[in-house]
Design a protein around this ligand. Structure first.
Ligand code: SF4
Ligand code: MG
Length: 281
């Protein structure tokens, strides 16, 4: 797709980030809402598509870079974060986005999450968490709730899910938020805030799989279940409170910012830039 960045001072719009590749997600899949929220967030950020690198793993949601006009790399299963970190190290001025599903991020790629967080490169990781392996037709994923009946657990899952929010908070992520496609404004806002955060930022999107997901996990139900953290009076600089709220993953559907480090430490890429300057001096 040719670069859609307009010449001169023309402000970017959501349309500038939409590629002409038509998504092949199932009609009604939550990921449509995620890509739309992302177009809007990127328009607000205002960086042209050729200054953005969008990296994904494998899964339904990992198709997302192709639906944008940013440079994209649909890598291998579970390896989006290492590839994205390499890209950011080589070209620290790029805006680097990473996306994938719950299986990609918290099963095969789970080991990379901790290290991406502690290394703290300035990138944004968006997980489209639908609690299922959608692309391979509905097996249990690391975030499937205990008791869930799926094609690979016909008598109900016998294991507890990973808690993505608590996982990233525990490893020290500086920005942690959650959104749902049923609340487009809220989702756009958290994605934009995540991109603006100067360090590793994480957005968990409870993005319904309409084909293999639980009927209780769909947009209509989410709309009635969601509770905005801001409206609950949550102070996003309170990390321990964020962890307490994050423990309700799977029971309460909180949306908004769980945690934003009020004093972000220097990102790894900014330290590299500084060291390069010192060594060259
Ligand atoms: Fe979306 Fe599920 Fe269809 Fe995959 S299988 S495109 S996650 S609705
Ligand atoms: Mg999934």
């Amino acid at each position: 797709t040719p670069c859609a960045c307009p010449a001169g001072e023309v402000p970017l719009t959501a349309k500038d980030f939409r590629s002409d590749l038509k998504p092949i997600w199932c009609p009604g899949c939550g990921d449509y809402g995620v890509v739309t929220a992302l177009y809007r967030a990127l328009a607000s950020i205002g960086r042209p598509p050729h200054e953005i690198a969008f990296i994904s793993g494998i899964g339904c949601s990992s198709r997302i870079p192709g639906y944008t006009t940013a440079y994209g790399f649909n890598t291998v299963h579970g390896r989006a974060l290492p590839v994205a970190q390499g890209i950011k190290m080589a070209k620290p001025d790029l805006l680097v986005l990473v996306a994938g599903g719950d299986g990609d991020g918290f099963s095969i790629g789970g080991g990379h999450v901790a290290h991406a967080i502690r290394r703290n490169l300035d990138l944004t990781y968006i997980v489209m968490d639908n609690h299922i392996y959608g692309l391979t037709k509905g097996q249990l994923s690391p975030t499937t709730p205990r008791g869930a009946v799926t094609p690979s657990s016909s008598h109900g899952s016998m294991e507890d899910p990973v808690n993505p929010l608590l996982y990233v908070l525990a490893y020290g992520a500086g920005f942690v938020a959650q959104g749902v496609p049923a609340d487009m404004d809220g989702l756009t806002k958290v994605i934009e805030e995540a991109i603006r955060y100067p360090g590793f930022s994480f957005v968990n999107v409870q993005s319904p799989c309409v084909t293999f997901g639980d009927p209780e996990d769909q947009a209509k139900v989410q709309k009635t279940k969601m509770r905005k953290l801001a409206a609950e009076g949550h102070d996003p600089s309170n990390r321990l409170r964020a962890m307490e709220l994050a423990q309700e993953y799977g029971t309460s559907l909180y949306t908004g910012v769980f945690y934003r480090n009020p004093n972000p430490p220097p990102s790894y890429d900014s330290l590299i830039r500084e060291r390069q300057k010192t060594l060259q001096a």
